[in-house]
Design a protein around this ligand. Structure first.
Ligand code: ATP
Ligand code: MG
Length: 691
């Protein structure tokens, strides 16, 4: 590898292989690049004769992981395949797959999704005679998750503190934990907490894992939470070869438990290490960088960073006030169309927003103009009812203890197992202290079931057992087609649909599952099992990035700022620059949140390489009424000499003017030439990728 493609501090970070190392630096300074180069350097140098399999790199999303892996293979060849690149959660899942039985879970555990979790919580609430309509189960789930992550055991509530929700949480938490384990499931938090327990409580496993993974690298370290830090501390073993990179100014997940202290006090958790600062920004032109610096400078209590770029000047940041939200969408779509017609690849353009709902008007306008786009994380595919039903079949086939899924499909499609039967089966399961499945298997022994019900339950049990065997032989898509055929799933779906179009849509959902299974089998080869498919699904869904959504890749990207972490685009439209959206609602006065909103704004701005649009609507339709909007306070922080005010007026909607053509032609010229020292000499496709 050519170390000359790195600046001196980057090089230092890449070649310092032993002991803890922190790279703390601003956006676009090449932190992710340091990680990839360091891995290649490890593969070349082989300290302690390590192999690829001894290296673990942790990224923030699955998407970032697969891109980094691709990048590594591109740089170091096939031997890089052995490096494990994944998220903390995926790593935890991997560990649990090998060793969870040591903690009393079945080896084939399932990962509960949000729907499963809420169902368990609602059931527990009802058992405590708490009205699950009066109290929000989601909120309870959030509180339980918080308690779990801060290491709190499921214990009865200590006297005298907290409100109703605290009380409910303390009542429900132990039941929730028991129910999860009883059905052989873990939740998302367990993917971090249980591996930590494995390492702490089983010294042989501690040795096994710390010996296997001897060089650890973590990207986006500022957004790690306590549980992740604990796991990392243990995994660091005796040698403590931990390289963490991050930017405290980009900590944007504190609402989900991210602890910026992890990065600010890195030397406390990993003493005796080295710290490297990077100051040159390679991503953005001066104008964009100045705007970003001006916004973030207003945050108190940050480690001040001086960023510079040698990409002087560049087009000014365009601040655009549109009459209303529809006009904002029209303006964005129009500008996108113009840039594409001038040669900017669509996948080098991104539209960023604070909340998911903001994408809809933009989507409509892009569709109208026939511009291909992709909404990251916006796929509601796996929330569709029939898709959930099919997935529930998979879950039961893999794990018969999964009562939540079992209940979902026991009479779907309708097979004559009614509420009374289900009720009685439950009663028997409780009375005998055995699982529902055990009771179902001997259903004919009970004489309090409605006539004929016992036989129907048997048929269902037999169906599940048969398919359990069928899926053992791989061929997931084939088996699924047969299963759906046998239970008449398509006919039932069609019969239940309110119209032909809705039936079509529902059946497309079913086909989508089969397609996604086929893609999965192709990717995984003979290793593909229903269990790994399910685990992959829950990890992907949770991470809010959906590589499984089909389509070409030359598309404009639409996503929330949260999902845009680490990515870069030549053109960025940051929309909805208004109070209430950016910063997001009700933040006035709440200093801590306001700081996070400012960091979000900084993250959004720093995604742009060449040209940044900050758009806002003067009025917005809310619940059918047009409401006036206040410009974002962050706009006021931008120095006048880096911005240009644009008013979208009628003539601008036409073809580009001569002046514009000239401007964009220059820009286009610039796009064609790879930047000096650009990654892989331009061998990397544009858009999205960074580092
Ligand atoms: P973020 O904080 O947004 O994650 P980052 O610090 O990880 O940013 P990278 O994505 O690694 O930054 O780098 C930003 C861009 O700068 C990338 O396109 C990368 O290839 C380029 N880059 C980084 N270092 C150099 C260098 N020494 N020479 C040329 N280009 C570089
Ligand atoms: Mg990065």
């Amino acid at each position: 590898m050519d170390l000359s493609k790195l600046n001196p501090p980057q090089r230092e970070a890449v070649v310092t292989l032993q002991g803890p190392l922190l790279v703390l630096a601003g956006a676009g300074s090449g932190k992710t690049r340091v990680i990839t180069h360091r891995i290649v350097h490890l593969l070349n140098e082989r300290p302690d004769h390590i192999l690829a399999r001894n290296i673990l790199a942790v990224t923030f999303t699955n998407k970032a992981a697969s891109e980094m892996k691709e990048r590594l293979v591109h740089m170091a060849g096939p031997r890089a395949q052995g490096v494990l690149v994944c998220t903390f959660h995926a790593f935890g899942a991997e560990m649990l797959r090998e060793d969870i039985h040591r903690l009393g879970w079945p080896r084939k555990f399932a990962i509960a999704d949000m729907g499963d979790q809420l169902a368990i919580i609602r059931r527990a609430m009802r058992e405590h005679r708490i009205d699950d309509r009066a109290f929000d189960a989601r909120k309870v789930l959030g509180l339980i998750s918080k308690a779990k992550n801060s290491g709190q055991a499921p214990e009865p509530k200590p006297e005298g503190i907290g409100d109703d929700y605290d009380l409910i949480t303390h009542m429900v938490y132990p039941d929730y934990q028991l129910a999860l384990k009883a059905q052989g499931s873990v939740d998302f938090d367990d993917l971090l907490i249980l591996p930590t327990r494995l390492l702490r409580e089983h010294s042989d496993l501690y040795l096994k894992y710390t010996h296997r993974f001897r060089y650890l690298l973590v990207d986006e370290f500022q957004d790690t939470n306590l549980a992740q830090l604990e796991l990392l501390k243990l995994m660091a073993g005796q040698s403590k070869n931990v390289c963490a990179v991050g930017d405290d100014d980009q900590c944007i997940y504190s609402w989900r438990g991210a602890e910026v202290r992890n990065i600010l006090h890195f030397d406390h958790f990993f003493p005796g290490g080295k710290e490297v600062r990077l100051e040159q920004n390679y991503r953005s032109v001066q104008m964009v960088l100045d705007a970003a610096n001006a916004v973030i400078a207003k945050n108190p209590e940050r480690k001040a960073k001086q960023m510079w770029t040698d990409r002087k000047g560049g087009p000014k940041v365009k601040v655009v006030a549109c009459p209303n939200d529809e006009e904002e969408a029209r303006f964005v779509a129009h500008e996108i169309q113009k840039h594409i017609s001038l040669g900017v690849p669509a996948d080098d353009i991104a539209v960023l927003y604070r909340t998911n709902g903001q994408s809809h008007p933009i989507e409509e306008m892009l569709r109208e103009k026939n511009i291909a786009y992709e909404v990251v994380g916006g796929s509601e595919f796996f929330d569709r009812r029939e898709v959930k039903d099919v997935i529930a079949y998979f879950k039961v086939i893999v794990n018969r203890l999964d009562e939540i899924s079992l209940m979902r499909i026991i009479n779907v499609p309708s097979r004559g197992i009614g509420d009374v039967t289900v009720e009685r089966l439950h009663a028997h399961s409780r009375a005998e202290g055995v699982t529902l499945w055990t009771v179902m298997r001997k259903a004919s022994e009970y004489d309090d079931l409605p006539p004929g019900a016992g036989a129907k339950v048997h048929e269902f049990v037999d169906l599940i057992e048969r398919y359990r065997a069928a899926y053992e032989h791989g061929q997931l898509a084939v088996a699924t087609r047969k299963l759906l055929e046998e239970i008449g799933f398509r006919d039932a779906t069609r019969a239940h649909a309110t119209s032909a179009t809705s039936a079509d849509k529902k059946l497309k959902g079913v086909d989508g599952v089969i397609d996604s299974l086929e893609r999965f089998e192709k990717r995984e080869g003979p290793k593909a099992s229903l269990l790994t498919y399910l685990n992959r699904l829950s990890l992907d869904n949770k991470q809010e990035d959906d590589e499984d959504v089909p389509g070409s890749n030359r598309r404009v990207t639409l996503m929330t700022i949260h999902s845009s972490k680490g990515l870069e685009y030549r053109l960025v439209f940051f929309i909805g620059m208004e109070e209430d959206l950016m910063p997001h609602g009700g933040m006035q006065g709440e200093a801590q949140n306001l700081e996070e909103e400012r960091r979000l704004c900084y993250v959004g701005i720093t995604r742009a390489k060449e040209l940044l649009y900050l758009t806002r609507a003067v009025t917005r339709v809310k619940r059918g009424k047009e409401v006036p909007r206040t410009p974002s306070r962050f706009l006021e922080d931008l120095p006048e000499d880096v911005i240009e005010h644009v008013t979208p007026d009628a003539p601008r909607q036409g073809p580009p003017t001569a002046e514009e053509k000239n401007f964009f032609a220059n820009l286009k010229e610039r796009f064609k030439k790879p930047q000096p020292g650009a990654p892989g000499g331009g061998g990397v496709p544009p858009g999205g990728r960074a580092g």
